[in-house]
Design a protein around this ligand. Structure first.
Ligand code: IDP
Ligand code: MG
Length: 198
């Protein structure tokens, strides 16, 4: 195995697991007969198709944090299925933040969110909503843990750099609001069978 890693190539590693080494080692590629059949239906197949909306807010774009933030989601293993830069309209924001309309900070939130371009993304993967909320950190950066996006790149709740959907249902609603269906891609990522047992 070490030799395989040294000589390199994901392809070679996959071939190794797929062809000859299935005795004591778990296969990394999905079985032709399907994961459920292989496990006798006893273990739930992880839902790797969950999606969430992540948006780098205007302060994050101005501070050139887009690349660093995207890299965190890529490195975690999630799959990018939608991406665009946009100047957000008041109409979109009022729907997006409809639950916050009565809050005293709502007018300044609209002003902040329309102060410049936003980069909106849809990321896909197992428990991506829950995991990305952890990666993003507490709404108030003063409370956010170091290592989270807000904990590393911001210090005040009025400029907290990033949005992440807070539930799978919320994510569905927000994705439909921000993206047209045709802007989202279904694609197979070559490392899918390495990052999760399918
Ligand atoms: P979330 O972004 O962590 O989901 P929400 O409570 O949904 O937090 O609030 C949406 C956004 O409203 C926050 O990300 C932040 O930009 C803004 N916000 C929330 N609370 C305050 C506040 O007390 N002062 C100013 N802005 C706030
Ligand atoms: Mg929220």
């Amino acid at each position: 195995m070490v030799l395989l890693l040294q000589r390199g190539g994901v392809r070679r590693i996959l071939q190794h697991f797929y062809s000859g080494n299935q005795g004591n080692t778990k296969r990394l590629l999905p079985a032709a007969d399907g994961a459920a059949g292989r496990r006798g239906n006893s273990t739930a197949v992880p839902d790797v198709r969950e999606r969430t909306l992540i948006a780098v807010k205007p302060d994050g774009v101005q501070r050139r944090l887009v690349g660093k933030i995207m890299q965190r989601f890529e490195q975690r293993g999630f799959k990018l299925v939608g991406l665009k830069m946009l100047q957000v309209s008041d109409d979109l924001l009022s729907q997006h933040y409809c639950e916050l309309r009565t809050k005293p900070f709502y007018p300044s939130l609209l002003q902040y969110m329309t102060s410049g371009p936003v980069v909106a993304m849809v990321w896909e993967g197992h428990k991506v909503v829950q995991t990305s909320r952890k990666m993003v950190g507490h709404t108030n950066p003063a409370e956010a843990q170091a290592g989270t996006v807000r904990g590393d790149f911001s210090f005040h709740v009025s400029r907290n750099v990033i949005h992440a959907s807070d539930s799978p249902e919320g994510a569905q609603r927000e994705i439909q609001l921000w993206f047209h269906r045709k802007e989202l891609l279904n694609w197979e990522c070559c490392d899918q069978a390495i990052t999760c047992e399918l």
